[in-house]
Design a protein around this ligand. Structure first.
Ligand code: HEC
Length: 340
């Protein structure tokens, strides 16, 4: 047997980052406070996954999918040999390990893509404004695939330990140093990292570009600003008093409230009638009175005075809905106009 360099720095680096980022994403997944951090970690993880996927096509020999992805028949054959305790030697991933590599990567793609979709959904009222039920489906997939990860990682580690015992070599250290022992007749083929520099740059640019673009587009952290608005906490307290099962405000519901038409004294009337369909624009009452834009982005003094906001909620809700608005409706409405 001799020592051969198998795993290039890109494979080892992305492997290490997968471990660190998945762990960090788990630790930040429960608390609302850490959600923006969780999203950012997930976004970086998505970038590393993209990098690794591209590197799987343009990378050095043992990094490429074509090198280690085998037919089901070969996988079964390798599995049988492992069960017999006499595995055939593979310089890179063995076919069984390769199934795990592909499964893990597919799960990471699922987790990160659903996570990105969720960060655009009604909960944070991002640009996609998905329907509530679709967002719920996405959330379900995100959580199931996220919980599949520790299970898969445990199986992966168990498989590596088992293979290490069967092959009588430390495969974990192999992923750290890049070296594995291989039969003496194995041709010496060092990962030609420098020769693959163009491929490396491509993978890096794809991963980085995706992260940077999404980082800019996604409303990361805006939920914090919304929650810290004193008026919103006031409505949250109101909504909780009305309904102890209150689950949070929803911009999509607020939008519906804003546009929904009701029968008024002089025909159909909606909030949008006076405040115009675009709350960042100057409105006008039927009597012709000019109304400053309702969206705080266009008129920063909006929703800074609780007494004033409540006075107008009372008055305008009565006029449009024939009743005053609940705390939840006020919070939904405010959440919606804050997204504009
Ligand atoms: C008939 C016209 C009209 C309609 C319809 C209307 N509003 Fe208004 N709204 C006004 C006017 C006038 C003001 C106060 C003028 C100002 O502040 O510039 C106002 C102000 C407000 C404010 C005060 C915001 C702040 O803190 O500065 C809120 C909140 C509000 N409206 C909510 C609503 C909601 C919710 C609806 C729909 C249920 C609605 N309005 C429908 C005319 C209307």
């Amino acid at each position: 047997m001799k020592r051969v360099k198998v795993w290039d720095i890109a494979v080892r680096g992305s492997h290490l980052l997968f471990g660190v980022l998945v762990l960090a994403a788990f630790l930040t997944s429960e608390e609302d406070d850490s959600t923006p951090l969780h999203t950012r970690l997930g976004l970086v993880l998505f970038g590393v996954v993209l990098f690794r996927l591209v590197w799987g096509f343009v990378g050095s020999r043992y990094a490429r999918f074509s090198e280690f992805v085998r037919s089901p028949r070969e996988v079964m054959a390798a599995l049988r040999q492992m069960v017999k305790g006499a595995p055939k030697h593979f310089v890179g991933h063995n076919p069984v390990g390769a199934v795990m590599v592909v499964t893990l990567l597919a799960t990471l793609v699922t987790v990160t893509v659903t996570g990105i979709l969720l960060s655009q959904g009604p909960e944070w009222s991002g640009p996609l404004l998905m329907s509530k039920s679709f967002a719920h489906g996405v959330k379900e997939v995100h959580e199931v695939s996220a919980w599949a990860l520790p299970v898969l990682i445990a199986l992966h580690v168990a498989g590596v330990v088992l293979s290490s015992v069967l092959e009588k070599q430390n495969l974990i250290m192999g992923m750290v140093t890049g070296f594995k022992s291989a039969p003496t007749q194995t041709p010496e083929e060092r990962p030609a990292f420098v020769a693959r520099f163009a491929g490396f740059l491509t993978a890096l640019v794809v991963g980085l570009a995706a992260v940077l673009a999404l980082w800019r587009l996604m409303p990361i952290g805006e939920a914090e600003a919304a929650v810290s608005s004193p008026l919103l906490s006031h409505y949250e307290a109101m909504a909780r008093a009305e309904d102890p099962a209150f689950k949070g405000f929803d911009a999509a519901r607020g939008k519906t409230l804003y546009f929904e038409e009701h029968d008024g004294k002089t025909g159909k009337v909606a909030c949008a009638t006076c405040h115009t369909p675009d709350a960042t624009k100057t409105g006008r009452s039927p009597a012709g009175k000019v109304i400053d834009p309702l969206a705080p982005s266009a008129e920063p003094t909006r929703f800074t005075d609780a007494a004033k906001a409540d006075k107008w909620f009372d008055r305008n809700c009565k006029q449009v809905l024939g009743r005053t608005c609940t705390g939840r409706e006020r919070g939904d409405f405010l959440t919606y106009v804050q997204t504009l």
